[in-house]
Design a protein around this ligand. Sequence first.
Ligand SMILES: C[S@@+](CC[C@H](N)C(=O)[O-])C[C@H]1O[C@@H](n2cnc3c(N)ncnc32)[C@H](O)[C@@H]1O
Length: 291
Amino acid sequence: MASVAPANVEATEAWSGPLFERFVQFRPVVADGLGAHGEAAIRAHPPEPGDRVLDLGCGFGDTTQRRAALVGSGGEAVGLDVSAPFVELARREAAEAGVTNVSFQVEDVQIAELPPAHFDYAFSRMGIMFFANSVQALRNVRAALRPGGRLCAVVWRRKLDNDWVHRAELVVDQYLEHPDETEEPTCGPGPFSMANADTVTEQLKIAGFESISLQRSDLPMKLGDDLDQAVEFTLAIGPAGEVLRLWGDRVDEIRPKIAREVREALAEFDGPDGVVAPASTWILSATAPTH
Ligand SMILES: C[S@@+](CC[C@H](N)C(=O)[O-])C[C@H]1O[C@@H](n2cnc3c(N)ncnc32)[C@H](O)[C@@H]1O
């Protein structure tokens, strides 16, 4: 069992239990929806053949395998995730796919003991917003990069530019506040914790990175094949889903009403290709100093 920073213990419990289960349940939607955003990041900041790559908060490890393919047999990709079930699944799938230059470790990125100045490139798709102490985690990643090594990460921009998230949250907010007390573990600072460009730039600077840039990436995201699936997804994952999960069966009575209203709120995005909504991310990039 890897060491976890005390402040990340609760999030680790969430990512190893209820959130892992939800991501497995909605994997096709998550993988398709986030896939295009990850690919946009690769096009903007591709790793070089032969690079040693870290994948931070790698989840299912599909992005780790993708980077392993890009760096080729002369390089390697190492996926880190604090959730043991995610890592177990990622290892199994990479072995089944016969990928040999990839490995996975259960680690809390914030305090993982990584070889100093070893990696050429660190990547993350939606995996760096959940650390209790982002600066400590980013500093740890920077120390594992060789001088001139690069970081590239995809994070959500603000909720207002991800209207499907915002609409679902507005519906839930009418009925429920964040519960003061819950038996359920929470997921850490949350998916939108790195939406503010100034804050993230400052965090990267304090962590010792240089040549920091944040590039806006607006791409549609498919929420489901139909409205039923889109509503189920929206009420399972993301801020609206998180509040409902924390209330648990205490709010079973109003759940159908909330689902009906979210369905109305998402109807505008329903079309011939399924429910497709605008989505907006930052592709952030930064470099470890050369001196
Ligand atoms: C939204 S998921 C993204 C997963 C994957 N990168 C993808 O794009 O499908 C966030 C991931 O970050 C991981 N995570 C959260 N806190 C972490 C930490 N402190 N250290 C390492 N991984 C963490 C979670 O277990 C989860 O797999």
